[in-house]
Ligand binder design. Structure first.
Ligand code: BG6
Length: 494
């Protein structure tokens, strides 16, 4: 595996710790080796040492009960090599080629390479072109060559299309693995199993029985050290066409004919193609935005977005976005999907909440019961991964009264937790050549296509009232109004 951006944050925090976890689980092939590529002139040993410290740290933070396995690390790091090079310089790719040939001889590798682009998005096109020019991306003599590309994949529809065209001139769609790390999350993968491997819910999974769906991706963190990046991105671009639409995709898709990569991706693509952002009669699109001001998160005072490093003091960039979507197909027609995401919210919670339709009121007309509370199915993606179902039950006693109860499944009770960054599955799948959990060119483009009108509308009109939610809250009032107009409310972030 060649890691471009070998000295970067992503490599240190996610890619190498995931490789270490895979090594601990004996899921790396015996011939596996890593070649790090970066501009920094650093001794190989020093580079390995920095990665060792980060991985050690990561392992402790992810699961304090897990100890660091020095033997596994030593064996992995003995196969880690470093090439100092410039992403834009063809000569550096020749140096890389020489190093790879050495590795092939030393480890008996078969010439199968994964090129992991852990670099800023402006380098995606140039690096792939250089790989093409140097013939490193060329699959011949039975070798495979795969390229992993991180997000952001484009900045809007036009740039995503241009990037796809540029990349696909050099390599085939089958060689490219566009990462959306949400798809690496166990709980997201489980939604498909939950839906299609259990007979109970699928017959209810449609406009006849579902009232609406809420998708929440709330973060308690702010923009941290990524102010510079975020000023050009904002919550809508950062989260909606990719992560949030992937969640809408797995909830909304039809059963694929098989779990083969193209079958699954085609079904998901169909759903995203059918998604529209609703239009309101007078106020344009049913989409609202917010930006956090100072406040308190977890009992600690925090600054507002405009005070964060590398952020303009009068920034109009949104750190919160919410919208009402419809999925215009037979299954979902008339069922709103409300989605929201924001930074510096009450707490970290990624949740898909599905509200089922209630019983007809007529049934209860001769009782003293008010309309019982609705049934909710709650798919908790993170943290506290699990699934809950809320329903009404009679409170014991001579008078007829109903209470709301909850059946609750926690992953940790049944399966324990595996140390994971979410990248282990994805990296493993790249090596195995399974693209099911990766985005195809059409998936990416249809995500951008859906949000394009709102991107344009928001770009044309600056919000006048930012900041409009204090850090540590559930978001701006306009997001509550979005649902209140339909007689609905967001579930509390609890
Ligand atoms: C990233 C976004 O893709 O996903 C970040 O760029 C966001 O802004 C992150 O914080 C959320 O991922 P997770 O796995 O922490 O929920």
């Amino acid at each position: 595996m060649v890691i471009f951006g070998a000295g970067g944050d992503l490599t240190k925090r996610l890619v190498v710790p995931s490789l270490y976890n895979l090594a601990c689980a004996h899921l790396l092939p015996d011939e596996f080796a890593i070649v790090g590529f970066d501009l920094q002139d650093i001794a190989e040993q020093k580079w390995q040492q920095t990665l060792c410290e980060m991985t050690r740290e990561f392992v402790r933070t992810a699961d304090p009960s897990q100890s660091f396995n020095q033997d596994v690390w030593n064996s992995l790091s003995s196969r880690m090599h470093y090439v100092q090079g410039d992403l834009n310089n063809p000569a550096s790719y020749e140096a890389l080629k020489t190093k790879l040939a050495e590795c092939d001889t030393k480890y008996g590798t078969a010439g199968n390479y994964v090129f992991y682009l852990a670099v800023a998005d402006r380098f995606f096109g140039p690096v792939i072109e250089r790989l093409g020019d140097s013939k490193l991306a060329c699959e011949e003599n039975g070798y495979w060559r795969r390229v992993v590309v991180e997000k952001p994949f484009g900045h809007d529809l036009a740039s995503a299309k241009a990037l796809n065209r540029r990349i696909l001139k050099v390599i085939g769609e089958n060689q490219i693995y566009r990462i959306d790390h949400f798809l690496g999350k166990e709980t997201v993968q489980n939604i498909m199993m939950f839906r299609f491997a259990n007979g109970l819910f699928e017959p209810l999974w449609n406009r006849d029985r579902i009232d609406h769906v809420q998708v929440t991706v709330a973060e308690s963190l702010g923009v941290e050290r990524r102010g510079g990046f975020y000023e050009h991105t904002g919550a809508l671009r950062d989260m909606v066409p990719n992560h949030m639409f992937q969640l809408v995709g797995v909830i909304g898709m039809e059963a694929p004919n098989s779990f083969n990569a193209d079958a699954v991706r085609s079904e998901k693509a169909k759903v995203i193609e059918a998604v529209r952002i609703c239009e309101m009669e007078q106020s344009g699109y049913a989409a609202v935005r917010g930006q956090y001001g100072s406040g308190e998160v977890g009992g600690r005072p925090v600054e507002g977005y405009r005070e964060e490093p590398d952020v303009s003091p009068d920034s109009a960039v949104e750190t919160y976005a919410a919208m009402k979507l419809t999925v215009e197909n037979l299954r979902w027609s008339g069922v709103p999907f409300y989605i929201r995401t924001g930074k510096r919210m009450t707490k970290r919670q990624t949740l898909i909440a599905i509200k089922f339709k209630g019983v007809p009121a007529a049934l209860l007309r001769h009782t003293r019961l008010r309309q019982p509370a609705p049934n909710w199915l709650l798919l908790r993606i993170q943290p506290d991964e699990g699934i809950a179902f809320e329903f009404g039950a009679k409170i014991p006693g001579p008078t007829v009264q109903m209470g709301n109860v909850r059946m609750d499944f926690h992953y940790r009770d049944y399966f324990g937790t595996a140390p994971a960054t979410g990248y282990e599955t994805l990296i493993y799948d790249v090596m195995a050549g399974d693209a099911t959990l990766f985005q195809r060119a059409d998936n990416i483009e249809s995500g951008w296509e859906v949000v394009e009108p709102v991107l344009e509308a928001w770009g044309a009109q600056k919000p006048g009232n930012f900041p409009n939610y204090p850090a540590g809250t559930a978001g701006p009032e306009c997001a509550d109004e979005l649902l209140a107009k339909d007689g609905r409310a967001w579930r509390p972030i609890d």
